[in-house]
Design a protein around this ligand. Structure first.
Ligand code: ASP
Length: 597
């Protein structure tokens, strides 16, 4: 080893010892005579003093060193002189008096400061990701992620789970997103698909008799990017045989709680995890992944306004829509401008408008719709929304999904503005009782709410023929602080039922055979009842690292527009490569000089 110690581990207990250190120049101060170097490695930094009289060679080398040069330093650990102790630094009571300094490698001036944690354009950070990863923020995020995965492996190993790798070159697996395709050289016109998840493979491992499987699995989905989405991401994929929903939820809850307590003990957790039904979630929060760190719950006002003079409400109700709202405590003093901003936000989510009613502290009310309201109606609305004097009522009328989307966005925004969410709280919850299928009116077909392998609640199976929308599923989600952290379900394990679902989803017999024949065949060889779940490692790491973007917890993420500015991917390939793959480019979607979205 070129070093005997890590820079960050040097303490008073090392005083008097000769140490060899190696790392990067974090800062260098030349005081005419003495040169001070902060030498940094992954473990932290320590101050090195180079004295021109005591070590002239070392002083010459230190004189050449600049920021981010790589050095090896041999020296003695000594106490810092009185008055120069730095208690903010774990190594701040000591320094290393250099005997020799050797430049192992020079460095160009970095494009951004490694020593300061200031804002740097993200494309620059991604282009020089190896430099960004030298900074404490990302270094700590990677270390946290490492501890998470290590904990998960030990936890599951102790519970008899087997880690199995599954292929990346696979066949299209329907999880509701677009596939990444890989052309086959050997079979012209045929493609592999990168797995959207190892879903079918983990089910086949249950047929294989593994009973308890897990994998830290990379998944690929060609979707539009968002703060909590990347083209490739990592799930803790797991599956168990001979279990019911409760078994999977209990295991997940125990794993998540003990994981957080082990690797991020600064957080509080609500225990046990609340279990909400999908219907309740929509009713109370307008969304199926609610942030439960604060109240501001929604309520339905349709019955109260049904007889009102307000034509807008009446028209919406007549068209089968809903009138819903929430109360903002102490919001009556909102200015016109603030109300306009909230209205804009509701509109951006598709609402036609926002009705606000300010309940004055004196008992009067103010609203742009005042002339359609009676004091009795306002009182009833306030009572339903749990509001009192000084509060603001926010009401949206529209098709139920639109009203819910607008109000849940308002709820989140208001909580953000008022800092209602405790940053040290992780409000996990399970959401259950989802419907199995959802009708897609534009495409005139049913779509699975989770994926096509999810089992219906057994008593609802007869409804598949008469009222598919009424069929409840054995699908559950784990949500936390407004994020969906994982989905899972008890699966179908009988071929005839699985086939029936595929045909309900609109596949004809030939398509079923072509796409899922392998699974249906496997189910005929003694498939055990089974189920699983797949918590997203990136999203969980993001929450535990207190980041609001998953790119911050991934070593080499793609940019917001799915590119890698460091390697320049995606990139063109040669004519010869294309020919080998039997491919021709039909059109250049992006004109010369443009790089895509
Ligand atoms: N494969 C599913 C997903 O990626 C998770 C599961 O059902 O286990 O959402």
């Amino acid at each position: 080893m070129l070093k005997t110690h890590s820079c960050g581990e040097i303490r008073e207990s090392h005083i008097g010892q000769r140490v060899t250190l190696a790392g990067w120049v974090h800062r260098r101060r030349d005081h005419g005579g003495l040169i001070f170097l902060d030498l940094r490695d992954r473990g932290g930094l320590v101050q090195v003093v180079v004295n021109p009289e005591a070590a002239p060679e070392a002083h010459r080398a230190a004189g050449q060193a600049r920021s981010e040069f790589v050095l090896q330093v041999v020296g003695e650990v000594i106490p810092r002189p009185a008055g120069t102790v730095n208690l903010n630094l774990p190594t701040g009571k000591v320094e290393v008096q250099a005997r020799s300094v050797q430049v192992l490698n020079a460095a160009k001036t970095p494009p951004f400061s490694i020593t300061e944690d200031g804002e740097v354009d993200e494309m620059v950070r991604l282009r020089y990701r190896y430099l960004d990863l030298r900074r404490p923020r990302l270094r700590d995020n990677l270390l946290l992620r490492h501890r998470m995965v290590k904990f998960i492996r030990a936890f599951l190993d102790a519970r008899d789970f087997v880690e199995v790798e599954t292929p990346i070159l696979l066949k299209s697996t329907p999880e509701g997103a677009r596939d990444y395709l890989v052309p086959s050289r050997l079979y012209p016109g045929k493609f592999y698909a990168l797995p959207q998840s190892p879903q079918q493979l983990k089910q086949l491992l249950m047929v294989a008799g593994l009973e308890r499987y897990y994998q830290i699995a990379r998944c690929f989905r060609d979707e539009d990017q968002r703060a909590d989405r990347q083209p490739e991401f990592t799930q803790l994929d797991l599956e168990m045989s001979f279990v019911e929903e409760d078994d999977i939820l209990a295991l997940t809850e125990e794993l998540v709680i003990s994981l957080v307590e082990a690797v991020a003990p600064g957080f509080r957790i609500i225990k046990p995890f609340p279990r909400l039904s999908y219907g309740d979630c929509l009713e109370r929060f307008g969304i199926d992944k609610p942030d439960l760190r604060y109240g501001l719950e929604l309520a339905d006002l349709s019955d109260l306004v049904a007889g009102s003079e307000f034509q807008v409400f009446r028209a919406v109700l007549a068209a089968g829509g809903a009138v819903r709202g929430l109360a903002l405590p102490q919001g009556a003093g909102y200015t016109r401008r603030q109300l306009e901003e909230l209205t804009e936000l509701a509109r951006a989510r598709g609402a036609a408008g926002l009705v606000t009613i300010a309940l004055d502290p004196e008992g009067a009310y103010r609203s742009a719709a005042a002339r359609y309201l009676t004091p009795e109606l306002v009182q009833a609305l306030a009572a339903r929304l749990g509001a009192s004097r000084g509060d603001l009522l926010l009401i949206v009328a529209g098709p139920r999904p639109v009203a819910d989307a607008a109000l849940s966005a308002l709820r989140q925004e208001l909580a953000r503005r008022l800092s209602l969410a405790d940053p040290n709280l992780l409000a996990f919850a399970f959401v259950r009782n989802f419907p199995l299928l959802e009708w897609r009116p534009e495409e005139r077909r049913w779509e699975p709410v989770h994926h096509p392998f999810t089992a219906p609640v057994p008593e609802d199976i007869p409804l598949l023929d008469s009222a598919p929308d009424k069929v409840r599923s054995q699908h559950y989600d784990l949500v936390c602080n407004g994020y969906e952290l994982s989905s899972g379900s008890i699966r179908i394990h009988q071929a005839p039922l699985q086939e029936k679902i595929f045909s309900l989803l609109g596949y004809n017999a030939e398509e079923i055979q072509e796409r899922f024949g392998h699974l249906l065949e496997a189910f005929q060889y003694g498939a055990p009842p089974h189920g699983g779940i797949a918590p997203g490692i990136d999203r969980l790491a993001m929450l535990l690292a207190r980041e609001d973007n998953i790119r911050e917890v991934i070593a080499f993420p793609k940019s917001k527009s799915a590119t890698d500015p460091m390697t320049g991917s995606p990139s063109p390939v040669s004519e010869a490569q294309l020919r080998e793959l039997h491919l021709a480019i039909r059109d250049e979607a992006w004109p010369e000089g443009k790089n895509g979205p």
